[in-house]
Design a protein around this ligand. Sequence first.
Ligand SMILES: [Zn+2]
Length: 191
Amino acid sequence: MNIEISNIANLPSRFGTFKVKAFKEPCADGCKEHLVIYKENLQDVPTVRIHSECLTGDAIGSLKCDCRDQLEYALEFIERTNGMVIYLRQEGRNIGLLNKINAYALQDNGLNTIEANHQLGFEADERTYEIVPYILNHFKIEKIKLLTNNPHKINSLAGIEVVERVPIIMDSNEHNSDYLDVKKDDMGHLL
Ligand SMILES: [Zn+2]
């Protein structure tokens, strides 16, 4: 993989003081720039959260999903436990922002999150995690505790041993309870 890697910078945040490093990955329509957020004194077997970008949730505070709550939970968690968040730029389960908004428009007309993706010609979840082992290898990390409710992620990290799954416990709201039910019932998430 022809990946460009930034220098290390300090990032003071409302969740704590982190180190950050960016990884620029070539892709079909240009490149994807991912961000790794981590504590200076990383544990030998760190707790790692893999977060996929969700502009509407992460930046706007959308209540249609639980992305921002999960991101904040993860940043607080790694601050406490000296872990790492890998922020992957694969918006809208990797269909991109424009397609995601089209899917939201279909959801406004009664489709659920999976049906809307299918109507647009996409799988329910198009995300990939090949870059994650590359990033962990870069940090010389071979074993992790994975902060996730998504069992598919555990098996998608070639060459990385997941010694423990650490669950994320979240409350639902009136806007995302149907979405969370679909995640649990139809996508196999452990909620
Ligand atoms: Zn989201």
